[in-house]
Structures are given as C-alpha cells and as structure tokens.
Design a protein around this ligand. Structure first.
Ligand code: 5AD
Ligand code: SF4
Length: 469
C-alpha cells in the first residue's frame, strides 16, 4: 500500500486552525461567496466541499454573483469549448472587480489541472487571484489566507492525489446526497481527458464511505448516490480490501437508507457479482447508467473501451433477466475519428435494440493531449451535427416507447421539486428506477415518498396521480 494514500489528520487540523483564524476576521464583516459549478456530479460534490470550507471560514452564501465578495468558477474540461466560455465569464467580472476592489475572483476544477492553463489565466486576467485544481481542496483555508495577504496563487499540484477525509460540506439538498467512493481514473479511453486532469484511480476505505453515509442518513438524507468515474473498478488497486459488489453489500444496510444509487458504470467491469448485488439488495435502485459510447466494435477498439457490442448487449440481457424492471441510461459519442456511416449505423441499431430510458449524446470533441486528438480521419463538424440529430431523433422515439409501458404503473416517488407555472401545482420526482413522473400535489410533500400511478405520457415525461401519501 502506498504511504501517501491519505492526507494526515495533522495536516487537516492545521487547515482547520487557519479556517478558525480567518473566521474571526471574516465573519464580523458579513462577507459572501458565490460558487458557480460547471460539469459533472464530481464537480457538484467538490463544490459542496468548497462551500463548506468557505462557510467555516466565515463567509455566507450570496444569492447572486453580483453581490458576492468572493466568486469562484468550478470548471470542467471534458467536452465542448469550455475554455473559451470560461475566458468570457472571467472577462465579464472585471467590472465587478473595478467596483469592488476587495472582490476575490477564483477559478478551480478540472480545467485548472490542464497543462499551462493556470499560468495563462493569471497572466491574462489581473483580477483573478486564486486558482486551484481538484486535488487540493483540503488546502482551501491556507490558499485563501495567502490571497487575503495580497498574493496571487495557482495550486494545481498533479502529483499530490492523496485522499482527504472529513472535509466540511455545505449541501442544498435535504433528501439525496452524492458520496465519492473513488477518485481519478485509470482507463484512458482515447477521447477522454479525465485521467490526465483527475489523476490515477484511488478508492476510499469502505468504513469511511459507510461513516459518511451514516452521518448523512442521520441528518435526514434517504437517497445516496455513490460516485466514481468507474464505480465498478472500486478497490481494484487492492487498497480498499473489497470490490464494488461487496461495497454495495457493506453500505446498503445503513438503517434509514431507502435508495442506493451509483454512477458511472463501465461495461468492461460490470461483472456477475455486481449484477447479483443489484438484484439481491432491496434498496439498490434498479437503474444503471452504463455509457456505451458507440455500437461499433472497431470504434470501441479505437476508443480503448475494452468491450465489444456483443458484450455490452449481453450485460443488458443478463441484467434484465435478473431484474425485470431495470432501466438503463447511457452516454454516446458520435463522430469519433474514423467513424464511417456504417459504424454510426451500428450505434443507431444498438440504441434501437437496447431501448434506453434516456441517452446523453455528444459530438466528439478533441481534447488536447489525448490519443484520439492525434488520430487521423477526424470527422467534419457538419457530419457530427447531422449524426447527432439523427441519433437524438431515434432516442426521442425510444423514450416515447419506453414511457408508454408505464401507463398504469404504480410505485413510490421521491418528490424532488414542484412547478407552479400551470393551472395546478405539479410535483415531480423519480421512481426508484430513475423514471421521472409529474403529478398534481402540495409542495409540502417535497422530499417525501409518495405512491403515484401513471395515467398519461407527455412526450418526454410521465404524468400521474397520487394514490396515497
Ligand atoms: N468528446 C465528446 N464527448 C466526450 N465525453 C468524454 N470525453 C468526450 C469528448 N472528448 C463524454 C462521454 C462520457 C461523458 C461523461 O462525456 O460520453 O461518458
Ligand atoms: Fe474518461 Fe473512460 Fe475514465 Fe470514463 S472511464 S472517466 S470516459 S477515461
């Protein structure tokens, strides 16, 4: 086992001490922060830690950017033109800084782990004074103290990827929470920047995962989503002492935990043991987010996905045998380098065959430093766009078909929100298998489990009525 797997308690105590010092200075001044989060659930979870620290340091949360004394962008670099958009967002803050010279502007997250970008930002934007990456969240008090002393800093230490436990956390949500089980990724899918920015795969200890869940549940949370880039490879480095299926078994019996979810799964690691655990544990939800990326074996090989179309379909079939009401969602990339018209048709036919409840579809976008960005046969944007449109049209059709089988369905919904725009207030929430349903009801029922029967479908959504609260 590596010796630097965890940040020491001593180091964390030092940060807590700095936070307490800053608190005495900051709290009486009624300063506020605003954190804007881009990207995936990992970043959402990281922002909870950042907001937790800022609260512990004495800031309170601002309602909007314009009135905040500290603005932080938590960035993503997985797809699209995120860098250009970020530059625009930061540029737009100059006026706020001119009006409030004490304003601290910071940028953090995955994009800051990319080579050279932190330096570039500091040079280009004198009003940015704080930059940090994804591996140093435990050092926020120390970093902020430096900035308050007039320094401009960039801490994007790639080598230091030890796990920090028991950091503070500020959550919005009173019903469900994300719990990291691992960090980083070792899969190196050829299109993906994540392994370069989030570092190699590290798993938390099972008892730390369970403790966090117990603490959340004792605070009223009933739905937990275990998070990792590839949760199915949990413990593969040997440091956790168990694999994912056993982790599911180990945490699922926390008293009061009604729903246990996890994401994302990698088809190459979703083995029989995990499938059995999903089938046998009563509170593990019947939903798997299983990114397929492509339905063509040659493209899957070039993507370095390490499974075939046939293997993927065999998982779907096996899971449906074990758990008949299971739903699958997926991620798909179109226009990967070398994707011929025939290869794309294979993706369409896979989508047709599986019948996903939903698919998140993306046009391939080259990420600097990845293997695919250097491949020949890059696909023109116009072709990617056309393929994306036809894939989306097919999935929209499949979503309608999938919805139709829910007419008459009765099950428990966890109420997530409400919409008061129409003639009557509509509540919405998900069945345990991730299907969302809308139904008339009282906003007082927020965060409660309500039995709902579906009686109509409406293109993308299910409409139902409350059977009993
Ligand atoms: N281009 C397009 N989509 C990508 N994804 C990851 N990297 C890229 C890229 N370079 C998609 C994959 C992944 C999801 C989180 O984002 O489908 O599963
Ligand atoms: Fe990226 Fe592949 Fe790792 Fe997912 S499994 S984060 S797509 S490298």
């Amino acid at each position: 086992m590596k010796s630097n797997l965890f940040i020491s308690e001593q180091e964390l105590n030092e940060q807590r001490r700095i936070a307490a010092d800053l608190y005495r200075e900051i709290a009486p001044r009624n300063l506020t922060f605003f954190v804007e989060t881009f990207g995936c659930q990992m970043n959402v979870r990281d922002s909870e830690t950042i907001r937790g620290w800022l609260t512990e340091i004495g800031y309170s949360e601002a309602a909007e950017k314009e009135s905040a004394d500290l603005i932080l962008f938590n960035t993503c670099c997985v797809r699209d033109h995120a860098e250009k958009r970020l530059m625009g967002n930061i540029g737009a803050l100059k006026e706020l800084k001119d009006n409030n010279p004490g304003l601290i502007i910071g940028v953090c997250g995955c994009m800051m782990q990319q080579e050279g970008i932190a330096k570039k930002l500091l040079k280009r934007f004198p009003h940015v004074s704080l930059i940090f990456g994804t591996n140093v969240l435990h050092r926020i008090p120390e970093m902020l103290r430096a900035v308050m002393n007039g320094e401009r800093i960039a801490v994007t230490d790639r080598a230091n990827d030890a796990i920090a436990e028991t950091l503070p956390r500020l959550r919005d949500n009173q019903r469900s929470a994300f719990v990291n089980i691992m960090y980083g990724c070792d899969n190196y899918c050829s299109y993906c920047i994540v392994p370069y920015v989030r570092g190699h795969e590290r798993s938390r200890r099972p008892e730390n995962v369970r403790n966090e869940i117990e603490s959340l549940v004792s605070n009223g949370i009933t739905e937990i989503t275990l998070l990792g880039q590839n949760v199915n490879s949990y413990g593969n480095d040997g440091s956790a002492g168990m694999h994912f299926a056993d982790l599911l078994r180990y945490v699922s019996d926390v008293p009061g935990l009604k729903r246990l979810r996890f994401m994302s799964s990698h088809p190459k690691d979703l083995n029989e043991d995990v499938m059995q655990a999903i089938a046998e544990l009563p509170n593990v939800c019947h939903h798997v987010h299983l990114p397929v990326q492509s339905g063509n074996n040659e493209i899957l090989r070039r993507m370095n996905r390490k499974y075939t179309r046939e293997h993927y379909l065999s998982i779907i079939e096996r899971m449906r045998t074990l758990v008949p009401d299971i739903e699958f969602t997926t991620d798909i990339i179109v226009g990967f380098p070398g994707e011929t018209e025939e290869a794309f048709e294979d993706t369409l036919s896979l989508v047709e065959t599986v019948g996903f409840a939903a698919a998140f579809t993306f046009a391939y976008s080259p990420r600097q430093g990845t293997v695919a960005a250097r491949m020949e046969d890059q696909i023109p944007e116009s072709v990617k766009k056309r393929r994306l449109q036809s894939l989306n049209a097919l999935q929209a059709q499949k979503t309608i078909e999938n919805n139709e089988k829910y007419i008459g369905h009765v099950g428990e919904v966890l109420v997530e929100g409400f919409d008061e725009r129409g003639p009557e207030t509509m509540l919405y929430g998900k069945y345990q298998n991730f299907k969302m349903v809308y139904f008339p009801g009282d906003p007082m029922l927020l965060n409660r489990y309500i039995t709902v029967q579906v009686n109509k479908t409406n293109k993308n959504s299910l409409l139902g009525e409350m059977i009993h609260a």
